[in-house]
Write a protein that binds this ligand. Structure first.
Ligand SMILES: *[C@@H]1O[C@H](CO)[C@@H](O)[C@H](O)[C@H]1NC(C)=O
Ligand SMILES: *[C@@H]1O[C@H](CO)[C@@H](O)[C@H](O)[C@H]1NC(C)=O
Ligand SMILES: *[C@@H]1O[C@H](CO)[C@@H](O)[C@H](O)[C@H]1NC(C)=O
Length: 299
């Protein structure tokens, strides 16, 4: 089994290289395994080959007791509470979220040792094991293998008062995706009842783009407790500027992975300056006219 998945992976990677590496998206980890044994190369994270080194990215998280406010979810995921609140339309970062509600959180994704990761410091509670941390607290967004690669403690006997580093899985768009208008990738854990089309509908993207992003075909199955990537496109931003992933300040437009000044939209600052300039001009003309009037009157 181990060698089988290794060979499958090698063949896929070989075909990728043959085909042209920039065309390769990420492989859907069908035999995804968060456990501490075995050889699950894809369970460590998505490979970063040759494209972006760092990018803005998203993960989904299901609220659960304790991790049930924007504030606490932000701290466990190394995200930003106010952004979580605004994306998920919560009025306050301390508002309690009902259990099992799907929350979208932004993270910064970077390439470290060939794998895309987002590191979060985590203080274990007593009795925690690596497997419990990745399964319960991180809901499969990390794996025991990835934890073991980063934290040199016994996976089942973590000493008291230590701080662990949790590598959260994420990915950046490939060159091919970027040129097709993908600005970010969202890592979503598949749950029972999910299908590619239900996921596409949930995030407002098309089925084909999800299939391509995960190198799946129309008849492929997806499995609960495996991660799937959802490509978020700038096209959606133009039709729906309120989309959570393309919130740019006034005068800026979403461009690939960041907000760039938009020449078509003058920023508020410039409009204000222009207004002040015109106002000053009129005042000057008025004063000049007044002086001229006084001067002429005197004569
Ligand atoms: C991608 O990176 C992995 C891990 O470094 C490597 O084994 C693989 O050959 C690379 N694939 C391509 C298509 O470059
Ligand atoms: C949120 O978590 C706290 C602390 O674990 C718990 O007391 C509370 O009941 C939870 N609230 C909801 C709505 O689940
Ligand atoms: C992770 O947690 C789920 C639900 O609690 C459980 O069914 C599953 O067996 C756990 N996975 C591992 C590898 O422990």
């Amino acid at each position: 089994m181990e060698s089988f998945s290794f060979y499958t992976l090698s063949i896929v990677l070989f075909l990728c290289m043959f085909y042209q590496s920039s065309h390769c998206q990420q492989t859907y980890p069908k035999d995804f395994d968060i456990s501490c044994t075995g050889y699950p190369p894809l369970s460590r994270g998505y490979f970063c080959n040759g494209t972006l080194q760092s990018c803005k990215s998203y993960v989904t998280y299901r609220s659960q007791p304790y991790y049930n406010t924007s504030d606490r979810i932000a701290s466990v995921l190394g995200s930003e509470a106010s952004t979580i609140a605004s994306i998920n339309k919560l009025s306050n970062i301390a508002d309690e979220i009902p259990s099992d509600k799907l929350i979208i959180a932004p993270i910064t994704c970077s390439c470290t040792a060939d794998v895309y990761q987002h590191f979060v410091p985590y203080r274990p509670v007593s009795g925690d094991t690596f497997l419990q941390i990745v399964n319960r607290t991180y809901q499969g967004l990390s794996s025991c293998q990835a934890m073991m690669g980063l934290n040199y403690y016994d996976a089942n006997k973590i000493p008291d008062d230590v701080e662990l580093m949790v590598p959260v899985r994420c990915a950046c768009p490939s060159e091919n995706q970027a040129s097709n208008g993908v600005i970010s990738l969202l890592a979503h854990m598949v749950t029972t009842g999910d299908s590619v089309s239900s996921i596409a509908e949930l995030f407002g993207v098309n089925v084909q783009s999800i299939l391509e992003a995960n190198m799946l075909s129309h008849d492929s199955r997806i499995y609960p407790l495996t991660p799937i990537l959802v490509p978020l496109e700038s096209k959606t931003c133009t039709t729906d500027p309120g989309s959570f992933f393309c919130d740019c300040p006034n005068g800026y437009a979403a461009d690939r992975v960041s907000c760039k000044p938009d020449p078509k939209k003058l920023p508020v600052k410039w409009i204000a300056l222009l207004g002040i300039g015109i106002g000053m001009g009129f005042l000057f003309l008025f004063l000049l006219g007044y002086k001229l009037y006084q001067f002429l009157k005197k004569r």
